[in-house]
Design a protein around this ligand. Structure first.
Ligand code: IFM
Length: 446
């Protein structure tokens, strides 16, 4: 078994900026951000961390951090500006250069093919993920990108957090494209799963030596009280958040009793062969873990999966998320017991804080160090309990555009001064470097 992989992660729309450059097409996030009220302070990813122009500097920071791997995502509208058809060579070349630089720096590239920035053209033509055609378009994207980058990418992640894309984007309207219809969320979820399933054989063909997997988000869910309605809501929320995508990827079909009213499983369009395609064997499961949720019955009746209550103030991050490290252990053990994946990577873990440089220009984020340390301990506990955990990626390399939250949430190991684009390695970044070095020493001695 290869050595444990320590990494840092980002996503295209959250860091690249340059949304109108070198032939990039529009994405649903460009449009969503343009609607007043959708994003805190009316912000957008138009400039973000300007990574598109500062990629060399950012790869150098990765090298200095001493990580083994970097997880980034491909902006679909850069590669296929219309979602399908003509490949934009300049867009593809950006990722070729990024992969070249990473390999020169001794950092293994882990590429995510879809981290939410769908080409707007696919929304216009097919309704985005409501349309089955979008899954086939994703296979086309996968073909173009994996043919260009193939085995130089160490690991391919088909989708990032399809739950967020389907439920926040199509059922709850908090993310692009902003639809608010749970039944559409269900259909979008199916097409995302199908997209994953269609991409796997393409990656196997074009990148036979690379690892292939998918990243899902998980949070333990507890009922807000012992009242039967709260317990039922928490169970429904658990199935929806933690099991919906996981069980399908590992070959379990849809089950009627897991779909609460008013959702209808028989209104879902599923073609023959879809479930088998979705269950294509993968090499690893990516697990994104941040927090747990307490769920109560939605008395207004709007959400069939109940409502999540806010965590007590003394234990939460600026996202309002509870710091609950043992949830990572619980999650990893549960997944390993339920489906025995060949390998698991924690593809995201991290915390948002109100970081600011002090008078000397340092960023002292002791709380983030404590958070990361506590989660690494839980990851090691999971390994000791037999979980095939092969790596851990901090979210995020850089402070960046946190979707509907705009720039007010800072998750980075590296602080970004958005006015000047100056990067400052936070104390947590230095801690991560030391921790990785110590862990390599221990592994070398063992
Ligand atoms: O910033 C996001 C990322 O895009 C997906 N996972 C959760 C992170 C923090 O909210």
């Amino acid at each position: 078994m290869d050595a444990f992989v320590w990494g840092a992660a980002t996503a295209a729309y959250q860091i690249e900026g340059a949304v109108r450059e070198d032939g990039r097409g529009a994405s649903i996030w460009d449009r969503f951000c343009a609607v007043a009220g959708n994003i805190a302070n009316g912000e957008s990813g138009a400039v973000a961390c300007d990574h598109y122009h500062r990629m060399d500097e950012d790869v150098e920071l990765l090298r200095q951090l001493g990580v083994d791997a970097y997880r980034f995502s491909i902006a679909w509208p850069r590669v296929l500006p219309q979602g399908t058809g003509r490949v934009n060579q300049r867009g593809l070349d950006f990722y070729r250069r990024l992969v070249d630089r990473l390999l020169e720096a001794g950092v293994r590239p882990y590429a995510t093919l879809y981290h939410w920035d769908l080409p707007a053209a696919l929304h216009d033509r097919f309704g985005g993920w409501i349309g089955r055609e979008t899954a086939y378009a994703f296979a086309e994207l996968t073909e173009a990108v994996s043919r260009a980058l193939g085995d130089r990418v160490a690991a391919w992640i088909t989708l990032n957090e399809p739950w967020v894309c389907a439920w926040l984007g199509y059922a709850r309207g908090e993310h692009a494209p902003g639809y608010r219809d749970p039944q559409l969320g269900l259909q979008a979820a199916h097409h995302l799963l199908l997209a994953h399933g269609l991409a796997v054989p393409v990656l196997r063909r074009n990148a036979p030596r690379a690892e292939v997997g998918v990243t899902l988000n998980f949070s333990p869910i507890a009922p807000a009280s012992s009242a039967p309605l709260d317990v039922a809501a928490a169970e429904a929320a658990d199935v929806n958040l933690n099991l919906w995508f996981l069980d399908r990827v590992f070959g379990r079909g849809y089950q009627e009793h897991t779909v609460p009213p008013p959702l209808k499983l028989d209104a879902l369009t599923v073609a023959e062969g879809d479930m088998a395609a979705i269950a294509a064997p993968i090499d690893f499961l990516g697990v994104n873990y941040y927090t747990r949720f307490f769920v109560a019955h939605d008395a207004q009746g709007g959400n069939p999966f109940g409502v999540a209550l806010e965590a007590p103030a003394e234990r939460r991050t600026t996202m309002g998320w509870e710091v609950y490290p043992q949830g990572l252990f619980e999650t990893l053990v549960r997944i390993a017991r339920r489906h025995a994946p060949r390998r698991i990577y924690v593809t995201e873990n991290g915390m948002a804080l109100p970081d600011r440089p002090d008078a000397e220009g340092g960023v002292h984020d002791a709380e983030r160090i404590a958070y990361l340390e506590a989660h690494v301990i839980q990851a090691r506990r999971a390994i000791a309990a037999g979980v095939p955990l092969a790596g851990y990626f901090v979210w995020s390399l850089l402070d960046n555009f946190e979707w509907a939250e705009g720039y007010r949430q800072r998750f980075g190991l590296i602080y970004v001064d958005y006015a000047t684009q100056r990067r400052i390695v936070k104390d947590s970044g230095r801690w991560y470097t030391r921790m990785i070095a110590a862990s390599r020493r221990t592994a070398g001695a063992g």
